[in-house]
Write a protein that binds this ligand. Structure first.
Ligand SMILES: [Zn+2]
Length: 180
C-alpha cells in the first residue's frame, strides 16, 4: 500500500519560490513507484490516486482492511533553511508504538474483531501482551525494510545516514510494516 501524503484541502509543504505543493509531489512519486513495482510483479494499491483529503488516522486502517503486507507513506518535507538536501526513511518509534497500541486497545475494548491476529474479545491484559508482541515484530520488520530502502536510495540521492524514528500518526498500525 503506497500512501501519497496529504491531498485535497491539505497541501502539505509549499515551495517558497516555486509554490509547488507537497501533495502533488507525493502523488507523482507514488504513481511512478507503483509502475516500477508492478513491473517487478508486486501488487500495489494506493491510499489515494487523486487530489482528495483522507484523514491521517484512516490511512493505516485502509491498509489493514486491504490486508496490505507493507505500508509506505511518501512525503516531501520543508524546512526554513535552504541548506538541507536529501531524504530520510522513518519507522515508528517504540514509544509511539506503545501509545498507538494503548489507543487501539481502548477503542477496541468493547468491540469484537482482531488486530494482527489478536482476538480483541478476550482478556484485556492478555490482549495487551499479544498486541505488544505483534507490534514489536512489526517494528523489527519495518526497521529491516527501512534500512534496505535507505541503502538503495543512498545510491541515487543524498540521504540521512541512519533510519529515523518518530511517532507519526500515519505509522500507527500494529500489524503492517511501515517505513515512511
Ligand atoms: Zn508531509
Amino acid at each position: 500500500m503506497l500512501d501519497p501524503g496529504h491531498g485535497g484541502k491539505d497541501p502539505g509543504a509549499i515551495g517558497r519560490n516555486t509554490r509547488i505543493r507537497e501533495k502533488d509531489i507525493a502523488l507523482h512519486i507514488a504513481r511512478e513507484t507503483k509502475k516500477l513495482l508492478e513491473a517487478s510483479g508486486y501488487q500495489v494499491l494506493m491510499i489515494r490516486n487523486s487530489d482528495i483529503f483522507i484523514p491521517v488516522p484512516e490511512r493505516p486502517v485502509l491498509a489493514q482492511k486491504a490486508k496490505a503486507d507493507l505500508f509506505v507513506s511518501i512525503h516531501a518535507d520543508s524546512v526554513e533553511s535552504s541548506e538541507p538536501r536529501g531524504g530520510g526513511v522513518y519507522v515508528l518509534s517504540q514509544k509511539g508504538a506503545s501509545s498507538a497500541a494503548a489507543a487501539l486497545l481502548a477503542a477496541n475494548e468493547n468491540a469484537a474483531g482482531s488486530i494482527g491476529g489478536v482476538n480483541m474479545g478476550g482478556n484485556k491484559d492478555v490482549n495487551q501482551v499479544l498486541m505488544n508482541m505483534v507490534q514489536t515484530q512489526t517494528i523489527n520488520d519495518s526497521k529491516r525494510l527501512a534500512r534496505f530502502v535507505l541503502n538503495q536510495m543512498s545510491k541515487h540521492n543524498k540521504m540521512k545516514n541512519e533510519v529515523q524514528y518518530a511517532g507519526f500518526g500515519v505509522l500507527r498500525a500494529p500489524d503492517v510494516p511501515l517505513p515512511s
